[in-house]
Design a protein around this ligand. Structure first.
Ligand code: MN
Length: 196
């Protein structure tokens, strides 16, 4: 059985960028529904007892397994998202990440511009990501439940741009939400741990 992972902080810890009200729906309803759906979907299938990563990897791109993929990937994406954020986060990374950002983007300012523009421009529901890909860092976006690791890219950070992530707090102003997340909430310690 899959379970809803607890938040790594209090539900009001990301205010005012992300309110406790948004978190209560996003974690307590949306994320939990993906968990409940997947538990129902795997019953009696070879995926019963499999890890989330195995279900995501094995069902990616298979039209007849889209429900399994979507729910498993959305559990994975949301858990990764909660850890991509922290109270009093944001700002510039240090150490190896800072060096790789300079090498891959020509500096933090250009990286920040690309992360914001790429994430804001995702058409419809999806995700903006910082990933490691063959020794370089890249900014990518994915639609709906898609995840970079099925394409060989290692996720370091993500920003959810499904409307449920920001509409209660920012309404249609997706860019205001994305920029505030980048500047005030990104968890660079998590990114550094993912980079390894
Ligand atoms: Mn979401």
């Amino acid at each position: 059985m899959f379970t809803l992972p607890p938040l790594p902080y209090a539900d009001n810890a990301l205010e005012p960028v992300i309110s406790a009200n948004t978190i209560s729906f996003h974690h307590g309803k949306h994320h939990k529904t993906y968990v409940d759906n997947l538990n129902n979907l795997v019953k009696g299938t070879p995926f019963e007892g499999a890890t989330l990563e195995k279900i995501v990897t094995d069902t990616a791109g298979k039209a007849d397994q889209a429900a399994l993929f979507n729910n498993a990937a959305q559990i994975w994406n949301h858990t990764f998202y909660w850890h991509s954020l922290k109270p009093h986060g944001g700002g510039k990374p240090t150490g190896k990440l800072a060096q790789m950002i300079d090498a891959s983007f020509g500096g933090y300012d250009e990286f920040r511009k690309q992360l914001s523009a790429t994430t804001v421009s995702q058409f419809g529901s999806g995700w903006g990501w910082l990933v490691a890909d063959h020794g370089a860092l890249k900014v990518v976006k994915t639609a709906n439940a898609e995840v970079p690791f099925t394409k060989g890219q290692k996720p370091l950070l993500t920003i959810d741009v499904w409307e449920h992530a920001y509409y209660l707090d920012h309404q249609n102003k997706r860019a205001a939400y994305v920029d505030a997340v980048i500047d005030r909430l990104l968890n660079w310690d998590f990114a550094a741990a993912n980079l390894g």
